[in-house]
Design a protein around this ligand. Structure first.
Ligand SMILES: Cc1cc2nc3c(=O)[nH]c(=O)nc-3n(C[C@H](O)[C@H](O)[C@H](O)COP(=O)(O)OP(=O)(O)OC[C@H]3O[C@@H](n4cnc5c(N)ncnc54)[C@H](O)[C@@H]3O)c2cc1C
Length: 301
């Protein structure tokens, strides 16, 4: 059973189908985070591909095989009953299998401000590694004050002409090299003690309003072409709580074979504690998870 149809889940499905393993895939959507990504420039084999195009490629490769798929189904609970993994869905269905790969990914923590959803992919980005090159010579704001925000600000400072780094409090990031890099970059303007209030634009982002924190009595309007939200990721792992070991961020702990420590249960991609969250990494883990599950099934036969 493969839970999730993002890069990790789709790769797992292709590998499993080629190994003639009987699989059932259950997922809320097809494509995961990639389906909402504007442009991808770091997936090998493609100099540039849009997210939806890449998802189509994955899906058409999956389409060669007869894979039982239940899309539009949100898993609400995963448990182990009589040696089987049982996934319950919000619609009241149950799917069971002897081995299970959790590939339900993550979602970026959102600011929750006006304009954020409207301009997602039109100037609002949640991934500097992915989207920074699209902002050459532009002015951007990065919101956040942790390692990912500082790293994003520095990455962007090498491409954009001006970067505002907005954080609600003093940075909580590694001194070297992150804080040192940010301080040394002449085109980064840091604004500490402010939070995002609203993102505005026309077709695409044109500016961000920020307000003082915690008082909220002072506002600033910044004219920007892009807003990078770097306030962390939320793992889509709630349904597996109690069954599997997670870290404090809710990421499922796996070893290098993607094994969770529960016999027959594997996890791949952004839902795991893998340090970097990228498509090619999720795909790689999806493939590894099938190899591990295959070996597990053979031994238990
Ligand atoms: C805006 C943006 C741009 C990005 N750009 C790039 C880029 O250019 N290059 C790059 O390498 N990476 C990029 N990334 C990161 C990349 O998208 C992720 O690393 C990758 O998608 C992770 O794949 P995954 O399969 O682990 O998870 P996801 O893509 O998150 O897929 C998870 C799947 O599980 C399903 N699911 C989740 N919860 C449930 C549930 N409870 N029940 C049923 N199904 C569920 C989802 O519907 C989805 O199908 C970007 C991310 C974002 C947000």
């Amino acid at each position: 059973m493969i839970l999730g149809c993002g890069p990790a889940g789709m790769t797992a499905a292709i590998y499993a189908a080629r190994k003639r393993i009987d699989i059932v895939m259950v997922s809320e959507d097809a494509g995961g985070q990639v389906a909402t990504t504007f442009g991808i420039e770091n997936y090998p084999g493609f100099q540039y591909v849009t997210g939806p195009e890449l998802v189509d490629k994955f899906r058409s490769q999956m389409g060669q095989f007869d894979i039982e798929q239940y899309l539009g189904e949100k898993i609400t609970r995963l448990s182990r009953q009589d040696g089987l993994f049982v996934a319950q869905t919000a619609s009241g269905k149950e799917h069971a299998a002897r081995a299970c790969i959790i590939a339900t990914g993550a979602r970026p923590r959102q600011l929750g401000v006006t304009g954020e959803n409207k301009y997602r992919g039109k100037g609002v980005s949640y991934c500097a590694t992915c989207d920074a090159p699209l902002f050459a010579d532009a002015t951007v704001a990065v919101v956040g004050g942790g390692n990912s925000a500082l790293s994003a600000a520095f990455e962007l400072s090498r491409i954009a002409s001006k970067v505002y780094l907005v954080s609600r409090r003093e940075w909580r990031a590694d001194e070297a090299p992150l804080i040192e890099n940010v301080k040394a970059a002449s085109n980064i303007e840091t604004i500490i003690g402010y939070v995002a209030e609203a993102i505005a634009g026309e077709e695409v982002v044109k500016g961000i309003t920020i307000k003082s924190f915690p008082k909220g009595d002072e506002y600033k309007s910044l004219t920007v072409d892009g807003v990078f939200v770097e306030i962390g990721l939320l793992s889509n792992s709630d349904f597996a709580r109690g069954l599997v070991r997670m870290n404090e961020r809710g990421e499922i702990m796996v070893d290098c074979d993607t094994w969770t420590g529960v016999p027959g249960l594997f996890a791949a991609g952004d839902v795991t504690n893998v340090k970097d969250k990228q498509i090619v990494i999720a795909c790689g883990q999806g493939a590894v998870a099938v190899m591990s599950a295959f070996e597990y099934l053979l031994r238990r036969r």
